[in-house]
Design a protein. Structure first.
Length: 317
């Protein structure tokens, strides 16, 4: 699996109840831009993680070409299954893939930066396509994260509705799990639900990803649960980072919707500050160092203990 400290992996702890329940499920968000440097997204990813000082955050399969240069190979199914086995052995139950159109077509979009990236968006679907081809999908499930600034084609949402019927697709109470960003999520989810009805797919269980803190009640109207995609609280130590994760989970519970408790393996975007990408930006400030393994385990335990004794426990997803 990608190293715990890599910028393309955050972790969601998606519980169907409290920490004490045996049916707790753990999912890991997968935004996989580990494609060759000659591609659009791979070019930015290899420049961001290329410097020697970021080597500990480079995925294990990267090719180191020099002190400040890396590349990512085109991975085969067998090579991707190695990552899947790492996840299975670590106790991860499913990958939550940022879901995009497989075809890099010119989708209508008013935002020029997003429109430019959309022409190459198919590059970000390679991991999920390999996942669906693997027999290991029965041991490591998957679900979709809808990136609502992406103008999904009908073909992409129709394909997702069909994928939701697979046994490997993560379900909550028999309903396929789909997370979505804030923004114009109602229109995107509404279109997806229409394709689900047409294919006999159960209505999706919708989780709204909100950062920071809680959404306004009217923003959460119509969703089944609330969670987060990342933790960008202003802090400079690992302890402050994990404290903010616990505080924000509790804040989300105040909206009155079930909460999927969120946990992060770290938040330090300096690779992208040193080597910017066009689709986002970050403040030039001090960020927490990468947590150690012991710090990660202690932080996760503290979060789950807090969930078990808080309002989050009263709203099991």
């Amino acid at each position: 699996m990608k190293t715990l400290n890599t910028v393309v992996l955050a972790t969601i702890v998606a519980a169907t109840g409290t920490a004490a329940r045996a049916d707790l499920r753990v999912g890991a968000i997968n935004w996989d831009c580990s494609v060759p440097a000659t591609t659009y997204f791979g070019g930015f990813a290899t420049r961001s993680l290329g410097p020697e000082k970021y080597r500990s955050r480079t995925p294990y399969y990267a090719q180191v070409l020099g002190s400040d240069k890396i590349d990512f190979p085109v991975r085969s199914l067998a090579e991707y299954e190695r990552e899947m086995r790492y996840a299975i052995d670590a106790g991860i139950d499913y990958f939550a893939y940022c879901w995009y159109d497989r075809e890099s077509e010119r989708l209508p979009c008013a935002n020029a930066v997003v429109a430019s990236a959309n022409r190459h968006i198919g590059e970000l679907t390679q991991a999920r396509q390999l996942h669906l081809k693997s027999p290991l999908r029965d041991k490591l499930g998957l679900c979709a994260v809808l990136v609502t600034c992406h103008p999904y084609s009908d073909a992409a949402l129709r394909e997702l509705a069909g994928t939701m019927n697979l046994s490997c697709y993560e379900k909550v109470g028999g309903r396929p799990l789909v997370a979505c960003f804030m923004g114009n999520w109602r229109q995107t989810v509404g279109r997806l639900k229409g394709f689900c009805r047409a294919q006999g797919t159960p209505e999706p269980f919708v989780v709204l990803l909100n950062d920071p803190g809680r959404p306004r009640p009217e923003e959460a109207e119509g969703v089944d649960a609330i969670s987060a995609y990342s933790s960008n609280a202003p802090c400079s130590t690992v302890e402050e980072l994990f404290d903010s994760v616990i505080d924000r989970n509790a804040t989300r519970a105040q909206v009155g919707r079930p909460v999927f408790p969120f946990f992060t393996t770290g938040w330090n975007p300096w690779p992208r500050i040193d080597n910017p990408v066009p689709w986002t930006s970050y403040a030039r400030r001090t960020y927490p160092p990468s947590p150690t393994g012991d710090e990660l385990m202690a932080g996760a335990a503290a979060m789950m203990n807090d969930c078990a004794g808080s309002e989050i426990n009263a709203n099991p997803a």
